[in-house]
Design a protein around this ligand. Structure first.
Ligand code: 5GP
Ligand code: ZN
Length: 231
């Protein structure tokens, strides 16, 4: 079933398309999310602990620490890719395309990128974390920029699943209390369904108006890119 669509990347990363697989070793596979919800949207898949809930899986300190190392490595790599996308506005405007330009993104990790990285506004920060109630069965950690300008952001649940407590930052995954509401599926489902949508750039409240929010997020991003180009 679709719930195991990520299994193939866990079992055979070497045979998966090169434009999907970003990295793999014996313990982790890192892939591009097939339905990106932001400019950068990757998934880290642990290969040896692949079917447990994140709230359970990361109670093991050794496993948490090893995964944290991978998370930090990928966060850095994602920042570099985002910086190179921003430096070349024509490159990868459509994040789903697979042209040659895309391949170049993220490979030139010059010192200029590192300087730019420090100037990224909070909405372009790369965050790492898991959904409280994942839809896919294989354990995975989202590496995602906060701009929310992915071509596959199509509804309120998509948006709120990354912008409410439904999204559990990786830093918090190893220290959830037993009574934390993020263990409770019902509360979590209600949270993404019922919470107002706040713009991740300016916090403006769009309540239930998804189409207006979507347009506004695009405007926030394009304004940022234009302003940046002037400098
Ligand atoms: P979840 O809600 O389970 O935390 O997120 C699962 C993620 O997997 C979603 O962001 C979804 O877009 C992504 N996804 C679903 N199917 C596939 C697939 O076949 N390949 C890739 N690369 N990503 C997928
Ligand atoms: Zn805004």
């Amino acid at each position: 079933s679709f719930k195991f669509a990520l299994q193939k990347y866990v079992d055979h990363p070497e045979t998966a398309p090169k434009d999907v697989v970003i990295f793999y070793d014996e313990n982790y596979t890192v892939i591009r999310d097939l339905f990106p919800k932001a400019i950068i949207h990757w998934l880290i898949l642990p290969r040896k602990n692949s079917s447990k809930l994140p709230q359970k899986a990361f109670t093991s300190t050794a496993f948490y620490d090893a995964t944290l190392t991978m998370v930090e490595k990928m966060r850095l790599r994602a920042e570099k890719e985002l910086c190179s996308i921003l430096a070349k506005p024509n490159c990868k405007q459509d994040v789903t395309s697979n042209n040659e330009n895309d391949q170049n993104c993220g490979t030139n990790s010059s010192s200029q990128n590192l300087i730019e990285r420090m100037n990224l506004p909070p909405p372009l920060y790369i965050k790492a974390g898991c959904h409280a109630v994942p839809s896919m069965s294989n354990l995975h950690i989202h590496i995602i920029s906060s701009d929310m300008n992915g071509p596959n952001l199509k509804n309120k649940k998509h948006y709120n699943s990354f912008n409410t407590r439904f999204f559990i930052p990786f830093d918090e995954l190893n220290q959830l209390k037993p009574d934390d509401s993020r263990h409770n599926n019902q509360i979590m489902h209600a949270l993404i369904k019922d919470s107002d949508m706040l713009c991740s750039w300016c916090q403006r409240n769009f309540t239930n108006k998804f189409t207006a929010l979507r347009a506004h997020l695009q405007e926030e991003y394009h304004t940022y890119v234009k302003e940046k180009a002037k400098k």
